[in-house]
Design a binder for this molecule. Sequence first.
Ligand code: MG
Length: 218
Amino acid sequence: MHHVTLAEKNQLYPVGKIVCLGRNYLDHIRELGNKIPDRAVIFCKPSSSLLGNGGTVIIPAYSNDCHHELELALLIGVKGKQIKEEEALNHVAGYGVALDLTLRDLQAELKGKGLPWELAKGFDTSCPLSDFVPAEKVSDPNNLQLTLKVNGEVRQQGNTNMMMRSVEQIVSEISDFYTLEPGDILLTGTPAGVSRMTSGDHLVGAIEQVGTLEVTVA
Ligand code: MG
């Protein structure tokens, strides 16, 4: 069983499901040449994909093109189904820094065949994740600067105010499909600048008011 930590409160949450939103930043949709979705693009990662801060990413041998995607993560603290947008933030216990690592070559192949993306998104170590800061420490989750550096060079930069769906809309929309339970983790999509990682790369993701996440590629 994997656990995540809600810092300062010294609370441990057993990890439930990890639900990820795709195509939530226009600049990222454009860089991959994707269409703007009319319905949220949602997929799940298994809890076995989690990697703690300071960990080592293992890129599977069947891929030559593993991309980083820096994302704001939400930790669900209160159970809910069909949550209204105006109630959504009451269900969020904390915020964290996550990477949605993606085997872009395999994903392109699966997309081309109309198949689900899970094999490209759910491999072991594909979800590096920081500890969570309590929600009350974050003034506005829809206005946070995100920066990812690889070997000291800025690769991704954005702000959650560029998301097409707000944090409240994400919680509400995902809870239309899945009952959200304490310990569930939601990933909110990535801004532009995704790129290939290579062996030995050192990644540092930072989100304003939330924290930092560091990993190294094996
Ligand atoms: Mg993503």
